[in-house]
Design a protein around this ligand. Structure first.
Ligand code: NAD
Length: 275
């Protein structure tokens, strides 16, 4: 490790965020973990000796307070990983629950924008820092069953790419992460495609953790899914629809097992699991 950094991770109570925290803690960094779900984040933080906060990233004022509390307790935030996200799958766009549609944009897009800007305001005077925003390959292509999610992730990529250009030379670096499917609760009950490899959370987390050293601007895994996404996005729309049908990529989020998926959908509909 080159130097010990103070690293904030949102949505760190489970999945990719938790796995990333474990790797970064093992590398000697100081972690501040936040999640809407207090029990989960306390358990995750307890395992690695990190600090835990309850935070709903869609609450702008709470996010501001959280970051200032972290700075008070742990010193300047060197890296923020805006990872918290939700993903509701529906047979089509009209079947979306309007509450979840709004929440998807509030958490996945506005939460990431707020986290980016608030951390940036702290980092700029120090001319040092890194903002790592977790988007998705769904931010590079249309995904049937995930219209709002895909919209939110297109937004994260567009926002991160824009601010990177604006703040070139400022000392603050921006990384956008575009994972393909990763085996977390977010993928519960979804279908698979023989052309899409499901990553383990630790595999994705390793690439995110490595970007703290490399400051790589864009990360996407698995490479095969990234290549398929790029290829289909260059095709005429009618042909990409056909390729997605042939590869069964268009079934992943529309052909779901509701019994297996219901507990995840219920969790994100309620917002959190605490009493
Ligand atoms: N799993 C995948 O296939 C996949 C693929 C591409 C991108 N991603 C992205 O990776 C990130 C992490 O997803 P994951 O798969 O680990 O999901 P996950 O459900 O396992 O973990 C997400 C965490 O975010 C927390 N969270 C939800 N809403 C929140 C809010 N408003 N404020 C704070 N915390 C909140 C949840 O409580 C949970 O602990 C998300 O941004 C997701 O969109 C996941």
């Amino acid at each position: 490790m080159t130097s010990r950094k103070t690293i904030v991770i949102t949505g760190a109570g489970r999945g990719i965020g938790q796995a990333t925290a474990e790797i970064l803690a093992a590398r000697g960094h100081r972690l501040a973990l936040a999640d809407i779900d207090l029990k989960e984040v306390e358990a995750a933080a307890g395992k690695i000796g990190a600090d835990a906060w309850q935070l709903d990233v869609s609450d702008r004022e709470a996010f501001r307070t959280f970051l200032s509390e972290v700075e008070e307790k742990a010193g300047p935030v060197d890296v923020i990983i805006n990872n918290a996200g939700i993903c509701s799958a529906t047979p089509d766009a009209l079947a979306q629950d309007p509450v979840l549609m709004d929440r998807t944009i509030d958490v996945n897009l506005k939460g990431v924008m707020d986290g980016t800007l608030q951390a940036l305001a702290l980092m700029l005077p120090r001319r040092s820092g890194q903002v790592i925003n977790i988007a998705s390959l769904a931010g590079l292509m249309g995904v049937p069953g995930l219209a709002s999610y895909s919209a939110s992730k297109h937004g994260v990529i567009g926002f991160t790419e824009s601010v990177r250009i604006e703040y070139t030379g400022s000392g603050v670096n921006f990384t956008v992460v575009m994972p393909g499917p990763v085996a977390t609760e977010m993928m519960d009950g979804t279908s698979n495609s023989p052309f899409v490899t499901m990553l383990k959370p630790e595999e994705m987390a390793l690439a995110i953790a490595d970007s703290v050293e490399s400051k790589k601007e864009r990360i996407s895994l698995p490479r095969s899914s990234w290549a398929l996404t790029r290829m289909t996005s260059l095709l005429p729309a009618w042909l990409s629809i056909r390729v997605n049908r042939l590869t069964r990529v268009d079934r992943i989020y529309t052909d779901v097992n509701p019994a297996v998926r219901s507990s995840y959908e219920e969790r994100i509909r309620l917002g959190h699991q605490d009493d």
